[in-house]
Design a protein around this ligand. Structure first.
Ligand code: AMP
Length: 360
């Protein structure tokens, strides 16, 4: 079986690495000449809206998936006429637009921060009559890792914020004083069977995920499952999905979902029975799903901008190092460290040592 992937970054690379033991082959379509996944997959070099390249992908792949949200939905439509494509196009279209995403959460009874659409400065001023400061204005589309967002602390910030975002359609939402950020990774296969990983607690800095930690029997696990289940059913979803949430007291507020394997699920590679990458492949290939149970205490630390000395990291004895083979550049995700231990103390000690080597 050959799996086609739109996008050839680290997520495509890790999907391919997870699929090779199952005898799967991979083909990526990516506009970068030196795509990250090139070493483990055949590479079609081209853009996502080039019909000739899409045709080439459709001809060679038995099933097609995608590794990031910013691909044109028209590419999925084109491919879906020729080959099964998962996750469904409706999930991609919804996730590409923060307003549609938040509107869907509301429709499904999933709590969110107060939000309002903003198409011009007057809308923004009106919306801020109802939403309390501080708030965040975000572009509806193309935002990721905290890009395209401006904090609004008072009415005097509005004109400048609107100018910074260059007048594109936006959404404004209350800035949540959350106790913590969590995410839940779920997977649903073509027969509609779903499984859920334990929720992870995530630390972001400047909008970029720095680290994740899995919590055993987290008190909000069931509520998180309930929320993500509503999305899975509504979207008739197939594949892995990640739902990111803010916790405030007992309450969970949904921030966004990603219709793909997710950085906060990287710990599953070493800390679960079957990881998110393999389960995504099983789901889209109509295979039985594997157990999502964790096999100990686990955490993940991202390596961003620079990669510290190998040897230093590997001195910690419960560590698995995953490097993506990308060139160093500020703010770029270059790899991650998974730590998986039998007891919580060892996990805490190893994290403490690693944070000194690879600051979060
Ligand atoms: P996003 O691009 O929406 O995933 O936002 C990136 C990060 O910015 C989140 O993980 C949070 O740390 C922070 N953030 C986004 N929206 C909010 C919000 N409404 N309230 C508080 N923090 C937020």
């Amino acid at each position: 079986m050959i799996v086609g992937i739109l996008g050839g970054g680290q997520l495509a690379r890790m999907l391919a690495l997870a699929g090779h033991p199952l005898g799967l082959k991979f083909i990526i379509l990516d506009p970068e000449k030196e795509a990250c996944a090139k070493g483990v997959a055949k590479h079609i070099h081209g853009s996502y809206d080039d019909p000739a390249k899409l045709e080439l992908l459709a001809q060679q792949a038995d099933v097609v998936t995608y590794e990031f949200e910013n691909i044109p939905a028209s590419a999925l439509e084109f491919l879906a006429n020729q080959v099964p494509v998962y996750p469904p196009r409706s999930a991609l279209i919804t996730a590409q637009d923060r307003l549609h995403e938040k509107a869907l959460f509301s429709e499904l009874g999933i709590a969110t921060a107060h939000f309002a659409p903003v198409d011009n400065l007057a809308d923004l001023k009106n919306a801020m009559q109802k939403i309390l400061y501080p708030a965040l204005i975000k572009t509806r589309r193309q935002g990721y890792d905290g890009k395209g967002q401006v904090v609004l602390r008072s009415a005097t910030d509005l004109d400048a914020a609107w100018k910074t975002l260059q007048g594109v359609p936006c959404i404004v939402e209350a800035l949540i004083p959350f106790d913590r950020e969590i995410s839940i990774i779920a997977v649903r296969n073509r027969k509609g069977k779903s499984k859920y990983y334990p929720v992870t607690e995530n630390v972001h800095d400047a909008g970029i995920l720095r680290s994740s930690k899995v919590l055993q029997q987290d008190p909000v696990q069931n509520l998180a499952i309930d929320y993500v289940q509503r999305l899975l059913h509504h979207l008739d979803y197939v594949g892995v999905i990640a739902l990111e949430l803010f916790q405030v007291g007992e309450q969970l507020l949904a921030n966004e979902f990603a219709p793909r394997v997710h950085n906060s699920g990287h710990w599953t590679q070493n800390g679960s029975i079957i990881d998110q990458f393999e389960n995504h492949l099983r789901a889209i290939l109509d295979l039985p799903l594997g157990s999502t149970d964790s096999i100990g205490h686990a955490a993940m630390i991202n390596l961003i901008g620079t990669v510290p000395k190998y040897e230093k990291i590997l001195e910690q004895t419960h560590v698995n190092l995953h490097l993506y083979g990308k060139e160093e550049r500020p703010g770029r995700k270059l790899g991650h460290i998974n730590i998986c231990t039998r007891d919580e103390n060892t996990l805490a000690n190893e994290i403490e040592a690693l944070v000194k080597i690879a600051p979060r």
